[in-house]
Design a binder for this molecule. Structure first.
Ligand SMILES: C[S@@+](CC[C@H](N)C(=O)[O-])C[C@H]1O[C@@H](n2cnc3c(N)ncnc32)[C@H](O)[C@@H]1O
Length: 256
């Protein structure tokens, strides 16, 4: 498969879905601006895992970054210095980045729905297959895996889909991405949140949730906590943190 063929792929089906993803992108940037001080340590940790992955990777031909978004957590200059081709994949990209991609032979900016839903009708009962990609020396799944069900789940909720069906659907999307990663021929770096924690105003943990829906990730990796939404961002009486885990080389972690 050529990179050029991927440019032809439709981004997403239906305006509601496309608008929801654009609004998510704007939301990430706005939240970062509001909470830069508490987001920066998380972004630095993420970039550190990506740099570790690059250092371990023997190939220098192509790197693919999945979930590149507004590039807050992507050490793009390092990737451009290291790899002959840098491919950034997200369902929506900032306009300036798309233009930069069009003007570059080295940087490819691809708008692809990584759930595989694309323009197909959205249904909680259907199985969707992640799209195929050209092989890469290094594939980086960057704070993306747990995000894959979010927009589809919001839309399914509006359609009145039962919670159990919605949960099964979300787990299938995440499991399909994880399986796809494990089947890649090159090195895979996985960075994902593994727990979402709600704290009250005293800093006491009041609730937590597994955003991977129980996908059995390997032991090891490096973990940190990200104060994603400090008090006042989502709720006046609580904060939402993400516990994030990064594996520079997923196959090595799986091999134990
Ligand atoms: C938490 S953000 C990742 C952080 C991002 N790298 C940054 O710079 O902040 C999740 C990213 O996943 C992307 N995303 C969510 N669902 C997607 C899908 N179905 N296909 C491709 N990208 C998706 C979002 O657009 C967003 O950019």
């Amino acid at each position: 498969m050529s990179l050029a063929s991927l440019f032809q792929r439709p981004v997403t089906g239906g305006n509601a879905r496309a608008n929801a993803y654009r609004s998510e992108l704007r939301g990430i940037v706005a939240r970062y601006r509001r909470h830069k001080a508490v987001w920066d340590p998380h972004l630095a940790e993420t970039k550190g895992i990506v740099r570790d992955a690059v250092a371990l990777c023997p190939g220098r031909n192509r790197v693919v970054v999945l979930g590149s978004g507004p590039l807050l957590d992507v050490p793009l200059d390092d990737l451009l210095k290291t790899f002959r081709e840098v491919v950034l994949v997200d369902i929506v990209h900032p306009m300036a980045l798309r233009l930069r991609g069009l003007l570059s032979r080295q940087l490819h900016v691809l708008a692809i729905d990584l759930t595989g839903i694309g323009t197909q009708p959205l249904s909680a009962q259907r199985r969707y297959e992640p799209p195929s990609m050209p092989p890469a020396d290094l594939v980086i799944s960057l704070n993306l895996m747990s995000q894959l069900p979010i927009v589809p789940l919001n839309l399914l909720d509006k359609q009145g889909v039962e919670e159990e069906d919605a949960d099964r659907f979300a787990k299938r999307l995440i499991a399909a991405h994880y399986k796809w990663l494990r089947n890649q021929p090159g090195q895979v770096c996985l960075i994902t949140d593994v727990e979402r924690i709600v704290y009250d105003l005293e800093g006491k943990k009041v609730m937590s949730f597994d955003p991977t829906y129980g996908i059995p990730l390997p032991e090891g990796g490096t973990e940190w906590e990200w104060a994603m939404a400090p008090v006042g961002e989502i709720a006046a009486d609580g904060a939402l943190h993400h516990r994030v885990r990064g594996y520079p080389d997923l196959a090595a972690a799986l091999a134990g």
